[in-house]
Structure formats: C-alpha cells, structure tokens
Design a protein around this ligand. Sequence first.
Ligand code: IMP
Length: 427
Amino acid sequence: MGNISVVVDTLWGDSGKGKIVDLLAPKADVVVRYAGGSNAGHTIKNDQGTFKLHLVPSGILHKKTLNIIESGVVVNPTALVAEIRELRKAGVSITKHNLRISRRAHLVMPWHILRDQLKDAKSGKSKIGTTGRGIGPTYADRTAREGFRMKDLYARDFSERYAAELRRQNKLIQLLGGSSIPLQQSRREILRARAFLKEFVDDTFPIVQMYLKEKKTVLGEGAQGALLDIALGGFPYVTSSNTGVAGFSLVTGIQDHHITNVIGVTKAYSTRVGGGPMPTELFDADGEKIREVGGEYGATTGRPRRCGWFDLPATRYGCIVSGARSIALMKLDVLDDFKRINVCVGYRKQNKTYAMMPDMDPDTLENVRPVYRSFQGWREKTSHVRSFDKLPLNARRYITFLEKELRLPIQIISVGAERSRVILRTA
Ligand code: IMP
C-alpha cells in the first residue's frame, strides 16, 4: 500500500477540511470524497480566488490529482452540474482526467429535497435544522434498498422508471402537505444533467485499488463531522452518513491498519449549525465576536453558526469516533484579539465532573455545565507566522495545553483562510 491519509472533522463540521485537503492534494495522486452530499461546503481560498465546493472533491484545483466522488456520497445531479459549470467559469479545468463519479453513488432526486424540507419544517421544536439538501431521505432510500444510483441514469428504461417513481413520491409529498413535482420539467432537468455527467461516471472502486497497488498517495476527504455521524454522533441531531474514517473504509475497502494518518480537523474554538446540544455555546459578546471575526456563517446555507469555546470533552469523544490520529488546529488567528480565552475541560452533571461522556446524545448532555479553564489571550496578530516557535507565548501555551489534553499531536496550525497561512510542525 502507498501513503493513505484521511481528513475528518472531530466535531460538528465546518472546521476547514477543504483547506487541509487542498494543502495536501499536491502530494496526492487521488482524492476520494467518501460521504455526505451537497450539504457540505468546503471553502478553499488561494491565489486563483475563493472556491466553495459542495460535491466536487477539494483536490480539484491541482491539475495532476484525480478526484473521485465515491459511492458513499449522495449526488444531486443538477447541483453537481451547476457546481462544475461554476468552477469551469472560474478557470478550473474539469475533465474525466481529473474527476470521476462512482456508478454506484445514490442520487438525490427532487422529491428527496422536498421531503427533507417538509419534514424538518413540520418538526417544530425537535427540528434537526437540516441543510434541506435531501440528504436524509436519500440515505433512507438507500438503506431501504430503493432509489436511483448513478448507473441507473444510463439505463434504457430510466425515463419510465423516473415517471413511475415520481408518481409514488408525489403521493408521499401530498401527505406531507407539499405540492406535486411536475414530471416533464423535473425529468428534463435530470436528463440534461445525465448527458452532462456521462463522461465522469465510472467504476471507481477498481481505480482506487489500482492506485493502491501502484503504491500511490491516496487522500480521503470526509464531510460533516464526528458528532454528526449517524452511528456515533448525537442522534437524532446528526446527518445520515458515516463521517469518520470508518466511512472511508466502508466505501474503499481500505481498512484502518493500512491507513497512514487520519487528520482530525478542529477549530481553535467550537461551532455548530442546526439543532441539538452544544455545551459551550456562547450567547454573549464573545460568541458574537467569534462569529464575526471567524466569518461563521454556513458555506451552504448562509445560516449563522452557533459559536463557543473549545470543548475538550466533545473533542475527545469526536477524536475517538472519527479515528483521528493527529490534529489540524484551524482558525487560531480568530482568537488573536481576546483578552481571555476559555477551554471547557470537563462537563459537570449532578455533582460529578466528566472528562468525556459515554455518548453525545441530547439526553446524556441534558443539564451538563461546562467547566472552564481560562487562558490569557495573546493579543497579537498570528496570520503572518509560519513556525510554531514564532507564535506568541500565550498562543503556544494554549496549543500545548490542547495537545496534552487530547493526547494527539497538533501537526498543522492554520492562521488564516489562504492556502499559505499555515504552520506545519512535521516534515
Ligand atoms: P443534513 O445533513 O442536511 O441532513 O443535516 C443534518 C444536520 O447536520 C444539521 O444539523 C445540519 O446543520 C448538519 N450539517 C450537515 N452538513 C453540514 C456541514 O457540512 N457542516 C455543518 N453542519 C452540517
């Protein structure tokens, strides 16, 4: 096997996986996006501009890297076409030589999107706050062994099957209080996307196997975050996929012992978007400041993110369930101008303090109170710093504390959105 690394997120997503994948991609022969769908928003900022990717893997800006959308990803064909068009308009070359889509990837259809939105809107207080991109219903169909896959688009009877399925789905949509999706128009759009995407559709599993045999460098790109994982996240406030390294193994067949590194991407503070508990969430001026300085608004939906201090119990749990073996600490510069910076070192519940909870479910987290340790801020700009030793002393203290508490090496420190604003602590 060659060098295999996987990039995951240790909390609730939005940590900057796109930047890390973009950073590592020049050395990768292939980048494999393995889960999620267009609910993801991976932002890359470099000398060519700012790119917001949703389905296209974050290695796409490097000409020599092959990018694969693997079978674990749920693909909205029309959204993918729009994304490719947008990237091409911005000067990014996308051909079958640098992008392939698994024939086995499940398709997000218009009814999945509508069902997702109608259901979440009806859920009142217990609403998950999904991105409304049809993710849950598509994975539900997949688990029920229904729905369409990429290869079905190219079957001779696709048009008839589409019409039959739409009739069935429209009944469901009416039950949910929505209005029917028109056949002609929606099918026309899918057929257009089908023609556009044809050149990219392939058997991707053997391609990755071939790369492995040739000892090439493979980079897995996760989406969302460990605490949004369907199996180990804070159910039901989760997404519907396996977000950690396990998700990568599930679709590539590459098992953990063959994987060289799993990089857990985590911000120097916490954010969450959507419903569900967030123990360190701030409702004060500090929270507002993190949001504004950090530009904490969703890359996909534009929703303001909930912001809070670094949460060690949540991150400890997230590192375990995502399989992280090292850390990329992101957005350190956002904390440059804070007098005091807090870190949640434990959760207090019923007179006991916990370093980590048995799970991150809402009932487990009910009535937990974060226990903080306060650090002195550094109040200096860090975005120009390129080596750990040159960081202000208080920033080094902060990072060293997190590293010790997480028991994982912090190998990458990001101090700004641009590709170059990074401190690498390994050769
Ligand atoms: P869904 O994935 O759209 O079904 O949304 C389920 C939950 O995951 C909601 O709380 C979303 O806000 C959250 N979520 C989904 N994708 C992302 C992401 O890329 N970043 C952060 N949160 C996400």
